[in-house]
Unconditional design. Sequence first.
Length: 125
Amino acid sequence: MGLAVAVILGAPLVLYSLAPTGPLREGDTAFSDGQQRVYLTTPTKEPRLQPGDTCLLDPNGPLIVVHVPDSQPNGSITALVQGNPATEWPFCPLHAEVLMKAHQLFQKPALLTEIRTMLVGFLSR
């Protein structure tokens, strides 16, 4: 019985992590690939940060894609910062619109890697 429940609950996670990502579209949620330095495109509530200034994204920080280049695969992507509301410089403030390259983000987290990292951290205590 317990094994059946584990298989039923675990199968979607495995299938999700193995499925290929589709093309990046406006409105998609993406994540920063490590800590990334990006450019602000619009004014923010933080008076020290102006358009053209740089700020840092948290590793694996969620972003909402606002604009994707049409025909240029190496073009800049405009995204809206989500997640951590901390406004300490040099980190990007919440809801800031930033400009980044495709190699600076990924579409879905590696679910099995995240689970393994959590289990290793939990078991090493």
